[in-house]
Design a protein around this ligand. Structure first.
Ligand SMILES: *Cc1c(COP(=O)(O)O)cnc(C)c1O
Length: 374
């Protein structure tokens, strides 16, 4: 049984295994063969704490770090070694170009307009400015459209003053290895490269690495798999689990048969007396409300079904399978851990592991473990 072995006042303890993240990066680097292996640290390293994750990966040899926003890059700069490259996926918002140059951060240029603004700044500063250029190969989200690419290719001055540090695109369906869009995007990417200056190429996210060598090019960009999310749908997860979430019991009670539990009385105890344990984790902590009456917590190999609606600050568990007194206020139960990983929780919630991770609450007591073991 879990015992209250931490004195924290927090309602839950979130443990992040930095050693597992490092091992996952090494595994992905191996799988990527001769390609460089970057790390995607956007959204605070998928909710796990970019300032803690980045130095560990830098120490392991990672030199290329992708984030979504300039602010995220600036926050990471002080914790990364000189020589690390910070790349901002969204590129500059209009007017922010000079900030990128001032801080030595590389933008991903996603449109003809972003390219024009970058080119204009290079002209103004009278120096060559490095940037990634993204082409859209089948996601219709970010990157040059086929039309923009053609126009760019026919204008000798389009990239004047821009040093193309990388040509990239992003896969829409890579976790589904049989999806025909993967090959279609690969072919469009190969064609796009021929229209652009020779530069290192990057296509694969985590799942893309598992599509094989054809998808690796010069640089791979894993995010989710670093943090333990399964990269291939329907296959065993080869990544080490990174996150453990232990919720704290704050009250237990016995209820009579047929007693309603929680908001909306969406659950009633059955014909027997039932033991309810209330845990101090709710939807405000990222235990999504779609987990109402779904899934369970674990303690000592025993599943405790979640009953009733998820509240803002609490969930209620049916703890009848445990002996009387096994759970006390302060006891910890596993919400994410050995028995159910991030992906299992995501399936119960009707979402993906990415959303479970990035929803993880700000109120948790966070513990970083495994940093020392190399
Ligand atoms: C988020 C993102 C990645 C990382 O994707 P994962 O699926 O988490 O590995 C790579 N490239 C781009 C452009 C992204 O937006």
């Amino acid at each position: 049984m879990s015992r209250p072995f931490w004195q924290d006042t927090a309602g839950a303890v979130l443990s992040v295994d930095l050693g597992a993240i490092r091992d996952n990066w090494r595994q992905l680097r191996e799988r990527a063969g001769s390609a460089r292996c970057a790390a995607v640290l956007k959204a605070d390293a998928y909710g796990l704490g970019a300032a803690r994750v980045a130095p560990v990966l830098a120490d392991a040899g990672c030199r290329d770090f992708f984030v979504a926003h300039l602010d995220e890059a600036l926050a990471l700069k002080p914790v990364l070694p000189v020589g690390a490259t910070l790349i901002v996926l969204h590129g500059p918002t209009p007017g922010a170009e000079a900030e990128f140059v001032a801080h030595g951060v590389l933008p991903v240029l996603n449109s003809a307009a972003q390219i024009a603004a970058w080119r204009a700044l290079a002209h103004r500063l009278d120096r060559e400015l490095p940037a990634f250029v993204q082409v859209d190969t089948g996601m219709a989200r970010l990157g040059l459209s086929a039309e923009e690419l053609r126009a760019l290719a026919s204008d000798a001055q389009a990239l004047a003053g821009i040093r193309v540090a990388g040509v990239m695109s992003h896969l829409a369906c890579a976790e589904d290895q049989a999806h025909p869009a993967n090959r279609a995007q690969l072919e469009r990417f190969l064609a796009a490269r021929r229209l652009l200056p020779a530069a290192p190429a990057s296509l694969a996210n985590s799942s893309g690495i598992f599509l094989g060598e054809d998808y690796h090019f010069d640089l791979v960009r894993p995010g989710a798999a670093l943090y333990g999310v399964a990269p291939v749908a329907g296959a065993d997860n080869p990544m080490r689990p990174v996150v453990r979430l232990q919720g704290k019991v704050i009250q237990t009670r016995e209820i009579e048969p047929g007693t309603p539990v929680g908001y909306g009385h969406s659950w009633h105890s059955s014909g027997q007396r039932t033991r309810i344990a209330t845990v101090a984790v709710g939807y405000a902590d990222g235990w999504l409300r779609s987990l109402s009456n779904r899934g369970c917590a674990w303690t000592g190999g025993v599943a405790l079904p979640l009953v009733g609606k998820v509240s803002m600050d609490t969930i209620t568990l049916d703890a009848s399978a445990l002996p009387d007194g096994a759970l006390q206020p302060g006891s910890l139960v596993d919400l994410i851990g050995e028995r159910q990983g991030v992906d299992a929780v995501a399936t119960q919630a009707g979402t993906i592991g990415y959303e479970i991770l990035t929803s993880l609450g700000a109120r948790y007591a966070r513990r970083y473990v495994g940093e020392m073991a190399k």
